[in-house]
Design a protein around this ligand. Structure first.
Ligand code: SF4
Length: 436
């Protein structure tokens, strides 16, 4: 019987020492990073869901590619190892692949980084998947069984989400997770210049409600009190009422969380139904407060309008995590100080701060590369969202790193975290689907 070992190199990575220790010590930040780190590897679980029954399989979620992991996988004597990694962990994935291949084990790599940098990735694996995995998965497995893997698999068209398999959540084992994941939409019709996720996996598509209902039922069976994180880039991007999705989520009785751009706060139909359908949080990219981010595309507007939209979302009993990117064009010490002061009274009940990061496959990276502004000593392992990887326009890299670290320390200081926590409680008291 052929065996496949799925490997997700998961967890948040931070290279800069002071920031890494802050992440472990500030409760507001620590809990947020822990929640992100514990998200199940939905892409691999989905491929597992379409793997034919005669294959046996195992899942390894690893924070690092250490000797123990290599030993465990080699011990399974797999026909194939499928590794998924983000840019910050891709060098570890390459190293792991090298160890496994030296033990005569075949390795396939896939994911966003591999899709954006296929020539690089193909140097480290027997096969790579460029783009979506589902359309090529059965062919790839069949080739692996015959010992005839091709070096590269790439779908000729976008995957029809009506054919989406049920992810094998059972592979996660009995441990409880703060959140389980489900995808309701794929891609994003917007085109922010720093975003690769929205472009690399094909056009924006919605999963049919019937498939969503089946997935929700499977999740509820595993954990009836699960909170679901929709693994979407921008759930309500197309506007409109979204009744089918909200009906399915509401009927499931599960709580859920998603990402959307601020315009959902101006969609009265969705706002009316959000809380009743079980929504408890929406993550909204505000990007940059002090100067309008050049890469925000059609969601670019005044900060007043964005904050009004956020107040509208929160007035329904759903909290907003406001996401800010630090270090984009024009950022200075003064602008970071102004952001810090703004965040002391900002309406968002939670906040996420990251550094501008030129990921492969983005227009931002192309621009900075053409201007000679990618720092040559920062390899992929620095692309963590918390480490400076480019030459900022008005600061030195060291100044930006230091100002970002101070901003994190102030924003997630105990008193500030307590203020946001009390705001969350206040907002959730108005959520009809929650009992506090
Ligand atoms: S709105 Fe969000 S998901 Fe869409 S392109 Fe911009 S950053 Fe990416």
């Amino acid at each position: 019987m052929p065996h496949i070992s799925f490997v997700a190199l998961s967890g948040i990575r931070v290279r800069e020492a002071e920031l890494a220790s802050l992440g472990m010590s500030l409760p507001g930040l620590q809990s947020r990073l822990a929640a992100i780190s514990a998200l199940p590897p939905l892409g691999l679980l989905t491929l597992a869901g379409m793997t034919p029954d005669h294959w046996t399989m195992s899942l390894h979620e690893a924070r690092s590619a250490n000797d123990d992991l290599v030993h465990q996988i080699v011990g399974e004597r797999p026909t194939l190892v499928a590794i998924s990694a983000l840019t910050a962990s891709i060098l570890e994935a390459y190293q792991l692949a090298s160890h496994l291949r030296s033990n005569d084990i075949r390795v396939v790599l896939g994911g966003l980084h591999v899709t954006a940098a296929p020539d690089e990735a193909s140097l480290h694996a027997d096969a790579i998947v460029v783009g979506e995995g589902e359309p090529v998965w059965l062919e790839l497995l069949s080739d692996a069984e015959r010992g005839a893997l091709r070096p590269r698999y790439k779908a000729s068209g976008a995957f029809d989400l009506a054919q989406a398999p049920l992810p094998r959540l059972d592979l996660l084992g009995p441990s409880t997770r703060p959140r389980l994941t489900m995808q309701a939409t794929r891609g994003c019709p917007l085109a922010c210049d720093f975003c690769a996720a929205s472009r690399l996996l094909g056009p924006f598509r919605c999963k049919p409600a019937l498939r969503i209902r089946e997935e929700l039922a499977a999740i509820a069976k595993i954990d009836p009190s699960a909170c679901i994180e929709l693994a979407d880039d921008n759930t309500f991007a197309l506007g409109g009422p979204h009744d089918d999705l909200l009906d399915a989520l509401g009927d499931s009785g599960l709580k859920w969380f998603t990402e959307a751009d601020w315009r959902v706060g101006e969609n009265p139909h969705v706002l009316r139904r959000l809380a009743d359908s079980g929504c408890v949080q929406v993550l909204v990219g505000i990007e940059s407060l002090v100067h309008q981010h050049g890469g925000m595309g059609i969601k670019r507007t005044s900060i007043t309008r964005i904050m009004d939209a956020i107040e509208s979302i929160q007035s329904t009993g759903v909290i907003v995590i406001g996401c800010y990117i630090v270090g984009s064009e024009g950022e200075t010490h003064e602008s970071i100080d102004r952001l810090s002061a703004f965040l002391e009274n900002d309406p968002c009940a939670d906040v996420q701060l990251t550094l501008q990061t030129p990921f492969p496959g983005t227009a931002l990276r192309q621009k900075l590369q053409s201007q000679g502004r990618l720092l040559p000593d920062r390899d992929w392992s620095h692309h963590t969202l918390f480490d400076v990887t480019h030459q900022p326009s008005h600061m030195s890299p060291a100044e930006l790193q230091s100002a970002f670290t101070s901003l994190i320390a102030r924003t997630f200081a105990p008193q500030a975290s307590r203020r946001r926590q009390s705001k969350r409680r206040h907002i959730w008291r108005g959520n009809s689907s929650l009992t506090l």
